[in-house]
Design a protein around this ligand. Structure first.
Ligand code: CUA
Length: 187
């Protein structure tokens, strides 16, 4: 049978256990808040490991994005690399030509402010951020023309900033590029 003393001891034990759990739950909350804060600050201040950078100030002079290097080129493995720049208020090249049914690596960046590159009729939609290279593997099923508007407000000329993507048959593309190293539909 419980006596008055037993009752008091029981209460003391219960209070101690409760305090221990309360402390533990506060510590857990503290650790989680600390982790979220650290990750948030780290991501906001450091470029992430897989991110490639490109200095917007020297873009035209000494990077993979020099003007002669823009447009489509064929790699040794048969894939195609497309390099493009967005700037207020146009894309360079203004028109991109690519083969259908071929793996394509799209690599683009911005020379000034943040732009968006959207290829109408596809799910291709990337942001072009000055200082960083946006890389995206893409593929077009069939030959057709797509419009490529800027989809990020970038200033007063934003509405008029758009380019074109011309998807042509594989063989046609191979014949077009045979004579040159880089291809755009502007030239
Ligand atoms: Cu560039 Cu909007």
């Amino acid at each position: 049978m419980a006596t008055g003393t037993d009752h008091a001891i029981g209460e003391a034990v219960a209070a101690r256990v409760e305090r221990r759990w309360a402390t533990l739950s506060i510590v857990i909350v503290g650790v989680l808040v600390g982790m979220a804060t650290y990750i948030g600050i780290h991501q906001a201040t450091m470029p992430q490991g897989h991110v490639e950078t490109a200095d917007p100030k020297t873009l035209h002079l000494s990077s993979e994005f020099v003007e002669s290097n823009l447009g489509s080129s064929v790699e040794a493995d048969g894939s195609v690399t497309v390099r493009a720049i967005g700037q207020q208020y146009s894309f360079t090249p203004q028109c991109v030509v690519v083969p259908a049914d071929t793996p394509i690596n799209l690599r683009a960046t911005s020379a000034d402010v943040v732009h968006g590159l959207l290829i109408e009729g596809t799910n291709i939609n990337i942001m072009l951020v000055p200082g960083y290279v946006s890389a995206l593997p893409i593929r077009f099923k069939v030959p057709r023309d797509h419009v490529m508007p800027c989809q990020e407000f970038c200033g007063i000329g934003h509405q008029g900033m758009w380019g074109k993507v011309k998807v042509v048959d594989k063989t046609v593309f191979r014949n077009m590029i045979a004579a040159k190293r880089r291809l755009t539909c502007v030239d």
